[in-house]
Ligand binder design. Structure first.
Ligand code: HEM
Length: 500
């Protein structure tokens, strides 16, 4: 009996291998024929990842666990060139860092890669325009709270943790009308408040866990359904519950305002409130709120964290930037001008362009919704048009694009803000906010919020030092966005006589 089962097993395995091989050959022939009919050539560069891409998947899963996902992807471009294919658990993905291909995916051939999105953007864009001002009004409050959390006695602290709290508090206030107030719990001895914050922080943790879960599902491709744990389900529940409670609160507020119809009071404009004026569909509102929170919170925190990571290691740039800030705005004790970054765009410290070396969205993906062609990557030299079959996922890695030595020079990996004064990058070589019709809607909001926080911190602190100068290349946690895996530990000295 046992032998019969074993024979059945062997026969089934053999049949499956024969079936998979025939499918593979048929698919290859179909693609070659189609490529010829599109006057394009198939790709010849492929990453070596073992049968069905099992080793490729294991390598990526291991790199994700070791917080080296960005590096492993970057190294692959060194090995295989600017456009290549890779199989993950039987699914083929196309990878590119060719500016011409990225331009085609995001702009000139946008319709071949984007479906079912324009409704969401049409819904979001006007609400952004209406509520940007409200976001600006809240800024100072959250910056004050951020500064209050910073040890003034030279003690080491994790500034990234504070930035993630800062952007969570300000984003939830801006989008939902109800802030998580997570900065308050850092120094708050009050027991009741601490208990309240415990629930709020669990939202922050749950939000992070949910994002990791989504990223792991993406890596598993067709086997995404295997990635499902009680922990991730619990995290999703906490996130959804918080968003629902904000929507309920806004509905109650709307009813209350309608019932008093007092024209002397001006309602507080929130993103959620504006969204509710154009749709009453709870699911749409819920999904869009999560969409914008996801887009806006971690990205800005990542920008701020990498900025302070680099400034702490570069006294020259720190001093130069601080002198510029103090000349324009004065110190915290003796302010010269209102830190209204909107009014003085040339004074934005975000000019130093941290986003080149550390783009918060290091890689991105689009799926071909029809058979199409990209300008480069086909044929043995990769210079011919490349056929892309319908259904193919195309991954473009902004991180590596921003570090290409043939574009940025031999010192591409160096933080050297002066390079921006020496030459302007060509279009489609600098894409932290994406490009084309789906360019980031919150770009100005993000840059002015980050600049505001940077200016206020530079006004307050005369020096910034890393807790450990020799940590080497830091581990990076890359899920949907990228941040330091182990925090950014620094120490600061408050402003003293130099500026008085
Ligand atoms: C430094 C900070 C930020 C960076 C680097 C960044 C980057 C990006 C990128 C790369 C995309 C394209 C995603 C895709 O299409 O796959 C995007 C989209 C988007 N971003 Fe940002 N973002 C930042 C901050 C913000 C902020 C603060 C907000 C909101 C206030 C925001 C709102 C959005 C929205 C709504 C989209 C979706 C646009 C669409 O699908 O049409 N972003 N962002």
């Amino acid at each position: 009996m046992a032998i019969e089962y074993r024979l059945y097993g062997i026969a089934l395995t053999l049949l499956y291998i024969i079936y998979a091989t025939i499918q593979f050959i048929r698919n290859k022939t179909r693609i070659n024929n189609l490529a010829a009919s599109f006057s394009a050539k198939p790709i010849t560069k492929a990453a070596v990842t073992g049968r069905f891409g099992i080793w490729g998947f294991i390598d990526f899963a291991r790199a994700a666990q070791n917080e080296r996902l960005v590096e492993i992807q970057h190294d692959q471009y060194r090995l295989y060139g600017t456009t290549f294919e890779q199989v993950f658990l039987g699914t083929t993905l196309l990878f590119t860092i060719d500016p011409e291909n990225i331009k085609a995916i995001l702009a000139t051939k946008f319709d071949d890669f984007g479906l079912g999105w324009s409704h969401s953007r049409a819904l979001l864009r006007p609400q952004f325009n209406k509520t940007q001002i409200a976001g600006v009004n809240h800024r100072e409050l959250y910056v004050k709270r951020l500064i209050a959390c910073i040890p003034q006695d030279g003690t080491t602290f994790d500034i990234q943790d504070l930035f993630f709290r800062f952007t969570l508090d300000s984003a939830t206030k801006f989008f939902f009308g109800q802030s998580t107030e997570s900065l308050l719990s850092v120094n708050e001895p009050n027991k009741d408040l601490a208990a309240k914050q415990k629930t709020d922080m669990s939202f922050a943790d749950a939000f992070k866990e949910s994002q990791d879960y989504l990223a792991a599902r993406f890596r598993a491709q067709k086997l995404y359904w295997l990635i499902d744990t009680p922990g991730s389900r619990r995290a999703n529940k906490i996130v959804h519950r918080f968003v629902d409670s904000c929507i309920q609160r806004a509905v109650d507020q709307q009813k209350f305002e309608a019932s008093i119809s007092d024209e002397s009071t001006t309602p507080d404009h929130t993103f959620l409130g504006e969204l509710m004026k154009v749709t009453s569909d709870h699911k749409i509102i819920h999904d869009q709120l999560l969409n914008v929170l996801l887009a806006g919170r971690d990205t800005t925190a990542s920008l701020l964290s990498w900025t302070f990571y680099l400034l702490a290691r570069d006294v020259r740039v720190w001093t130069k930037l601080r002198n510029e800030v103090i000349d324009a705005f004065g110190t915290a004790d003796k302010p010269k001008a209102d830190v209204s970054i909107e009014a003085q765009p040339d004074k934005q410290p975000s000019k130093i362009k941290i986003l080149r070396l550390y783009p918060p969205v290091p890689s991105n993906v689009r799926t071909a919704v029809k058979d199409t062609v990209l300008p480069k990557g086909g044929g043995p030299d990769g210079q011919s048009p490349l056929f892309v079959p319908k259904g193919r996922d195309v991954v473009y890695m902004v991180w590596t694009l921003h570090r290409r030595e043939d574009i940025w020079g031999p010192d591409a990996a160096l933080f050297r803000p002066e390079r921006w004064a020496e030459s302007t990058p060509k279009f489609w070589t600098y894409l932290p906010f994406n490009g084309g019709p789906r360019i980031c809607l919150g770009q100005q909001y993000a840059l002015s919020e980050a600049s505001y926080a940077i200016v206020r911190l530079l006004q307050h602190f005369v020096s910034l030092q890393p807790a450990d100068q020799n940590i080497g290349d830091p581990d990076k946690h890359a899920a949907l966005t990228m941040a330091h895996a182990r925090g950014v530990f620094v120490k600061v000295s408050p402003t003293k006589s130099r500026d008085d």
